[in-house]
Design a protein around this ligand. Structure first.
Ligand SMILES: [Zn+2]
Length: 157
């Protein structure tokens, strides 16, 4: 049994952006045909060439925080099935050089626990071990090369 929960962008948040025609920062929701390489943060998979995707600015923070980071992410232009196997580390996302950006229960960055992983490392075990530390409340998995947020991870409830 897994000890963590993988958290993609909430489908309700994306629905609200689609309905409004813009992301939470006022960028227009502009669907276009995928090239087939885009990492999609709604379902944590790569796009299929030609399907409609959108590039938006997204922040996982829901309340004001000095640690807040917002950045570009790709999502499906229309609602998709989402990421259903939340107890499993994604097969096609967060597999390159990644930063496991650690935060404490107050939402402050837990600097001394930040961990970098590369292909060949045990991503699942490293994430589980980090989230097992009492000082770590949640983790943001980020691509080192692109800087983009891949997904959040929380201890399993
Ligand atoms: Zn999707």
């Amino acid at each position: 049994m897994s000890t963590y929960e993988i958290v993609p962008i909430a489908p309700e948040k994306l629905d609200a952006m689609r309905a409004k025609g813009e992301d939470e920062f006022g960028n227009p929701w502009k669907p276009y045909p995928a090239g087939g390489w885009e990492p999609l943060r709604c379902c944590l998979n790569e796009s299929v060439p030609g399907e409609a995707v959108a590039l938006i600015c997204y922040t996982p923070w829901t309340e004001p925080s000095p640690w807040m980071e917002a950045g570009p992410v790709f999502v499906h232009a229309e609602r998709c099935a989402g990421y259903l196997t939340r107890d499993r580390y994604p097969e096609n996302m967060g597999r390159g050089k990644c930063m496991f950006n650690t935060f404490d229960a107050d939402g402050n960055r837990a600097y001394e626990h930040i961990t970098f992983v590369s292909p060949g490392d045990a991503y699942e075990d490293t994430l589980a071990e980090l989230l097992g530390r009492p000082e770590v409340a949640f983790v943001h998995v980020r691509s080192v090369e692109a800087g983009c947020l891949a997904f959040e991870a929380h201890p399993a409830r």
